[in-house]
Design a protein around this ligand. Structure first.
Ligand code: PRP
Length: 184
């Protein structure tokens, strides 16, 4: 039964499976000839579930790492500032093709900043892969290299995405009922 706080399911488990299968094939194709170490970098916490499903389907040799950053203040709006809480710590970054894995691109601030930051640290290449993209919300010009699905500006949760740390464990992407986050 649907969680009572969910208005509708936007992307169900079957669609998520199809999306990760398609993206993994594209990644396999694009990195099959690389001489560098391919590292998928999970941006915690929202990308946990997407990253774990995606990396199981990628067949080229891949290493994994994590970063924790934050662009959001409290509630539903972006502040535009990026804090790094857990950095990428590895001595061989100059030998790596980094593929940043995100759950969602909203303002574009996080990936725009992270791409520049990791290139400046000497990575051979930096690309980005997002499950969801909300182009209508951009504050900076930014286009991810791999996109699972473009979505309208709705408040989505589940499959790693949260509202106030809730709903991350749901196996689908749902739209939250406005009554849950609107001031009453
Ligand atoms: C979300 C999301 C991205 C970022 C996207 O993370 O996971 O990292 O915001 O927004 P932007 O394009 O406006 O920068 P959040 O800070 O909510 O952390 P979480 O993944 O731990 O939930």
């Amino acid at each position: 039964m649907l969680n009572a706080d969910i208005e509708k399911v936007l992307v169900d488990e079957k669609q998520l499976d199809e999306i990760t299968t398609r993206l993994a094939k594209q990644i396999d194709e694009d990195y099959k000839d690389t001489k560098n170490r391919l590292v998928m970098v999970c941006i915690l916490k929202g990308s946990l579930m997407f990253m774990s499903d995606l990396m199981k389907k990628v067949t080229v040799p891949v290493e994994i790492d994590c970063m924790k950053v934050s662009s959001y203040g409290r509630g539903t709006t972006s502040t535009g500032s990026i804090n790094i809480y857990l950095d990428l710590i590895r001595p061989d970054i100059e030998e790596c093709d980094l593929l940043i894995i995100e759950d969602i691109v909203d303002s574009g601030n996080t990936l725009s900043y992270l791409t520049k930051y990791l290139k400046n640290r000497g990575a051979k290449s930096v690309r980005t892969c997002t499950l969801l993209d909300k182009p209508s919300r951009r504050e900076v010009e930014y286009t991810p290299d791999y996109v699972g699905l473009e979505i309208p500006d709705e408040f989505v949760i589940g499959y790693g995405l949260d509202y106030a740390e809730r709903y991350r464990a749901l196996p689908y992407i749902g739209v939250l009922k406005p009554s849950v986050y609107m001031q009453k």
